[in-house]
Design a binder for this molecule. Structure first.
Ligand SMILES: Nc1ncnc2c1ncn2[C@@H]1O[C@H](COP(=O)(O)OP(=O)(O)OP(=O)(O)O)[C@@H](O)[C@H]1O
Ligand SMILES: [Mg+2]
Length: 255
């Protein structure tokens, strides 16, 4: 069977993700499974302009492509049964793997994990929010800093069988004000690797060319300017950032 035209071939709805706060559907284009979020189904938010989340998801994909780390599954804008929206390739997760977890502190493996928060559960047991200490998640934390992701929950990280990690749900990105809310704080203050710095450089360079032109159709000029400033600051600092400002540094709920 020839590959379907992902832009124009019919998009059929096959299900709905009921936990989602916005209207989020599963669909198929031929034999390709996708997520579909119609703009008409976006819930109003106090801090992001209404009807712009789908464009932010596509902008996040384009920045992910410029990084070259395959973080965001292919994402594009197109028409669907409920109107224009964002469509993203479905990536089946490996249910036996978790990149982020809430574990009893006694159960945390000695190596390979980073602790982000500790607290007590309902029964008084000490628990900690932990995430893997892996190159894939480090790159996602760099990506989140650059796109100013306000919603990196544990469930927005897809664990693939081969160890790769994809990030999804990037509607709350690219605000011109600092909004970084994430569960990936495990490397706070650590130096960025040469490869991570090179990725930031690719985004920065892209902003002068094709990436900048493509983003201009999706984000405001102020938002693109602050994206460039975040790249430059992160490159100069050469380290993973620490939480700053008055707002919560972690999303709620955490998953
Ligand atoms: N491209 C994808 N491939 C596989 N699973 C996905 C993909 N996109 C989303 N999911 C799964 O569906 C869940 C809900 O999707 P998403 O978070 O994008 O929707 P949402 O409308 O923002 O929902 P919520 O308000 O619950 O965060 C994700 O947590 C993830 O488990
Ligand atoms: Mg979500």
């Amino acid at each position: 069977m020839p590959a379907p035209d992902l832009m124009a071939a019919e998009l059929t709805l096959t299900g709905r993700i009921t936990t989602a706060s916005n209207a989020t559907f599963l669909g198929s284009i031929g034999d390709v499974e996708v997520v579909y979020k119609p703009i008409a189904g976006e819930s109003p938010l106090w801090d992001f302009p209404h009807g712009t989340l789908a464009q932010r998801e596509v902008a996040a994909y384009l920045v992910s492509q410029a990084f070259g780390w395959d973080i965001v599954p292919r994402t594009w804008l197109r028409d669907g049964p409920l109107g224009e929206g964002m469509v993203q390739l479905w990536k089946e997760q490996d249910p036996s793997q978790r990149a982020v977890n809430l574990l009893a502190t006694n159960d945390i493996p000695k190596t390979g994990w980073k602790r982000v928060l500790e607290g007590q559960d309902e029964s008084g047991q000490m628990v900690a929010l932990v995430h893997e200490d892996s190159p894939a998640l480090r790159r996602m934390a760099v990506f989140d800093t650059v796109v100013n992701n306000a919603d990196r929950k544990g469930d927005h990280i897809l664990a693939m069988t081969d160890g790769h990690r994809h990030g999804v749900d990037h509607g709350l990105t690219f605000h011109q004000d600092h909004k970084l809310r994430t569960v990936l704080w495990g490397w706070l203050g650590d130096p960025l690797s040469a490869g991570e710095l090179e990725g930031i450089g690719r985004v920065n360079d892209g902003l002068q060319g094709e990436l900048g032109q493509d983003l201009a159709a999706l984000l405001t000029a102020e938002e693109i300017a602050s994206l460039a400033v975040r790249c430059e600051r992160l490159r100069l600092a050469g380290r993973f950032p620490a939480p700053s400002g008055e707002m919560s540094a972690v999303p709620w709920p955490l998953f």
